[in-house]
Design a protein around this ligand. Structure first.
Ligand SMILES: N[C@@H](CCC(=O)N[C@@H](CS)C(=O)NCC(=O)O)C(=O)O
Length: 229
């Protein structure tokens, strides 16, 4: 991990890894065309728990940004970072009050519901060696229920709110991982069309490569070591 102090050639330093919460921010930065430097955090080496990292985010998790163009302003929590970048760029978040809070509402839906539930589905379905069926069922069912809510919201519309926004980016990053969470989305046709629509955006494709998620055994081992600490 690179120390937070020191000049970088881009306005934003992004401390991240190949996860949905990390990809939300790289996709947003790609969408708004803001140059950034990726600072990879190696979970295998527990870099997210080092004193330097904890000084930026006491919660010891990615993503974190440092805004070099704003007095090295440090931010953690992906939803807050999306709102900050939307405000900074004047993009992907409406200014009109009601429209703005509709976006915040669907962002919070992801932050408090979809992300945590699908994250726990991954833990019990993918990472735990001991397969605790009631826990797998609980989180997969809840994940599916929340994806069904998104499907309903997307009936007759292309995006979650009036226009493409940070709410789409946040929810898409988790919804796109439904297979990894073992959640079947057959029958959720609005959701499937939206997944494809957002997934076709060049900025989304670029952001998802920063860094790319490659399912492999080491990821499962790293995840196990995180769960146990
Ligand atoms: N609510 C936080 C969640 C961040 C989070 O859970 N990050 C995970 C990766 S997706 C992480 O850093 N895990 C490392 C760990 O648990 O040690 C956010 O949205 O930023």
């Amino acid at each position: 991990m690179t120390a937070p102090k020191g000049a970088s050639r881009t306005p934003i330093d992004l401390y991240t890894a190949a996860t949905p919460n990390g990809h939300k921010v790289s996709i947003m930065l790609e969408e708004i065309g803001m140059p950034y430097t990726v600072r990879l955090i190696d979970f295998g080496r527990r870099e997210q728990k080092t004193p330097q990292f904890l000084a930026m985010n006491p919660n010891g998790r990615i993503p974190v940004i440092v805004d070099r163009a704003n007095g090295d302003y440090v931010m953690f929590e992906s939803g807050a970072i999306l709102m900050y970048l939307a405000e900074l760029s004047g993009q992907l978040m409406p200014t009109e009050q009601k429209a703005r809070y509709r976006v915040v509402q669907w962002l919070m839906f992801q932050m408090s519901g979809l992300g945590p539930m699908m994250g726990q589905a991954n833990v019990f379905y993918r990472y735990f060696e001991e397969k605790i069926q009631p826990a797998i069922d609980r989180y997969q069912h809840e994940g599916k229920r929340l994806l069904t809510v998104l499907d309903g919201q997307l009936a007759g519309r292309d995006y979650l709110c009036d226009e493409y926004s940070i709410a789409d980016i946040a929810n898409w990053c988790w919804a796109a991982g439904h297979e990894w969470s073992g959640i079947d989305i057959s029958g959720l046709d609005n959701l499937k069309a939206w997944l494809a629509r957002i997934g076709a955006r060049p900025a989304v494709q670029r952001g998802r490569q920063q860094p790319a998620f490659v399912p492999r055994k080491e990821i499962i081992d790293e995840a196990k070591s995180m769960i146990m600490h």
